[in-house]
Design a binder for this molecule. Structure first.
Ligand SMILES: Cc1cc2nc3c(=O)[nH]c(=O)nc-3n(C[C@H](O)[C@H](O)[C@H](O)COP(=O)(O)OP(=O)(O)OC[C@H]3O[C@@H](n4cnc5c(N)ncnc54)[C@H](O)[C@@H]3O)c2cc1C
Length: 461
């Protein structure tokens, strides 16, 4: 395994600032059984990766003082929306049920198989998906369906937010993405016992245990080709021969840096990118009892926020703020009486790919909004600070423009336009990770690895 950084995990890494520990990127963990499945494949002790199912998932805050909680129990959650937002409880439960229907249709069709294999067109899951098409709202956006289903704009905003789980715009993303809440409410949201970085530590240990050799500080500079077959790579001035090459690097960077230009699939790579993020890691010298593990401080004008992010390609200065605090559960992540705040704002992917110029202005808006909504003076409690911007994300992981999830899912064809898990032009070259099929986020990256394993078994017989 060749890795340009000195540590494993890519976006799923950690940061230590004085006495504080932070998960650097992902903070929400769903479908933990995909990690368990990998544990099961090795002879590793099954108890070494432990995680808890969350009872309270997210705390929501609005500028007008409205607050509510998303509970993992669908019934309790529906009750909360009825009491706090005046929604009809049965409509909320129906929405979550429909979310499950979408997920179970899409799972076999898109998430667990390669879309580029002709024979997959004739599988049961594909045919079932086609038969269910009239019930999948294929011509509507997420927002259109949510706005029709709920009377309170705050409920609509809350369900629209799930588009950001793969860096998309709810006003354009297909309604099918309303499958995402099913993962949290029906299947469950989780947190590893020692925070998200435990996933990386665990998979790294599993791989080493199986005999995988890791070459850190080894950026791959070129894939070696012979007669249109990948047969090795060049790193740190040395060539390494191999039977196949498998990459989880961002596709755009991969084609640009590692292969001759003639192989670049221009149309695939020119598609709209998913959003990026601006993250403030703050050690906070105070405990906030009104906050939990996941917290959202919503913007006042969600539509305008997404117009800015995706049409104007500029940050929005009344941003929706996400605050993740793992020290609520992982007590070692912050000193006693303190908290580790991961404060994240969605921003456009960095098209110019140069140093970010808007840090100071954005930080000011974030601080002011937190002060208004939580009625505090947050600056007074910031003990330690680090910042990660889209440029930093690109430097650390090679994701073009710092986009978090590869291409956005803003069109109903997006699922079909992701790069396949293998190269159609170069034999022995395979792809996994967030910028290829079936998409970004930890569960989908793990599914891409599963799909690619099946493909390699089939194709390299
Ligand atoms: C701030 C943030 C928040 C997120 N929140 C969530 C969340 O809550 N839940 C969720 O599921 N997902 C979340 N994500 C997305 C998730 O992190 C990604 O989808 C996933 O980790 C991508 O994994 P990957 O293997 O495709 O890419 P990466 O993790 O980027 O791994 C690619 C690896 O390739 C290495 N590399 C690149 N170029 C080379 C080269 N030339 N030679 C050798 N090595 C190279 C990189 O250093 C990196 O280690 C978030 C991401 C970020 C940044």
């Amino acid at each position: 395994m060749f890795e340009k950084n000195s540590y494993p995990g890519g976006k799923l890494s950690e940061l230590r600032l004085g006495a504080y520990r932070f998960d650097k990127g992902p903070s929400l963990f769903t479908l933990p059984e995909l990690v368990d499945e990998l544990t099961g494949l090795s002879k590793f002790d099954n108890n070494s990766f432990t995680y808890r199912r969350l009872e309270d998932i997210t705390n929501y805050f609005f500028e007008d003082g409205t607050r509510f909680k998303a509970f993992s129990n669908p019934d309790k959650f529906a009750q909360e929306l009825e009491e706090k937002l005046g929604e009809d409880k049965t409509f909320v439960l129906k929405h979550l049920k429909k979310s499950g229907f979408y997920y179970n249709t899409v799972k076999g069709l898109f998430l667990e198989q390669s879309l580029s294999r002709f024979k997959n067109l004739f599988r049961f899951a594909t045919l079932r998906g086609i038969l269910r098409a009239p019930y999948l709202h294929l011509l509507s956006s997420m927002h259109e369906i949510n706005a029709k289903r709920f009377k309170n704009q705050k409920t609509v905003q809350m369900f629209d937010r799930y588009a950001t789980y793969n860096g998309s715009d709810p006003y354009r993303a297909p309604a099918l993405l309303n499958l995402i809440p099913h993962l949290e409410f029906n299947l469950g949201a989780y947190l590893p016992e020692r925070g998200m970085h435990q996933i990386t530590e665990h998979l790294f240990a599993l791989a080493k245990n199986l005999g995988v050799e890791f070459y850190f500080n080894h950026a791959v500079e070129k894939v070696i080709l012979q007669d249109y077959r990948a047969c090795g790579l060049l790193s740190n001035g040395r060539t390494y021969a191999s039977d196949i090459v498998l990459s989880d690097m961002d596709m755009s960077a991969f084609y640009k840096k590692l292969l001759p230009r003639e192989f670049t699939p221009k149309k695939l790579l020119e598609q709209e990118k998913s959003s990026s993020a601006f993250v403030f890691y703050w050690g906070i010298k105070k405990e906030f009892s009104e906050l939990g593990l996941h917290n959202i401080l919503f913007s006042n004008d969600y539509k305008e926020e997404f117009r800015c992010l995706f049409q104007e390609q500029s940050p929005y200065y009344d941003p929706t703020i996400y605050i993740n605090i793992t020290s609520k559960y992982c007590k070692e992540d912050a000193p006693s009486g303190c908290e580790n705040w991961f404060v994240m704002i969605n921003v456009p992917h960095n098209k110019s790919r140069e140093q970010i110029a808007y840090t100071t202005g954005l930080r000011k808006s974030v601080v002011e909004k937190i002060n208004r909504v939580l009625k505090t003076n947050i600056e007074a409690f910031i003990d330690n600070e680090a910042i990660l911007d889209p440029h930093g994300i690109e430097l650390q992981t090679s994701s073009v423009g710092g986009s978090l999830y590869g291409n956005a899912s803003n069109s109903r064809f997006s699922a079909f336009l992701r790069h396949a898990n293998y190269s159609k032009k170069i034999k022995g070259l395979y792809f996994a990770g967030g910028s290829v099929h079936p998409g970004g986020g930890i569960p989908l990256c793990l599914l891409s690895a599963k799909i690619v394993t099946q493909l390699i078994e089939e194709k390299e017989k």
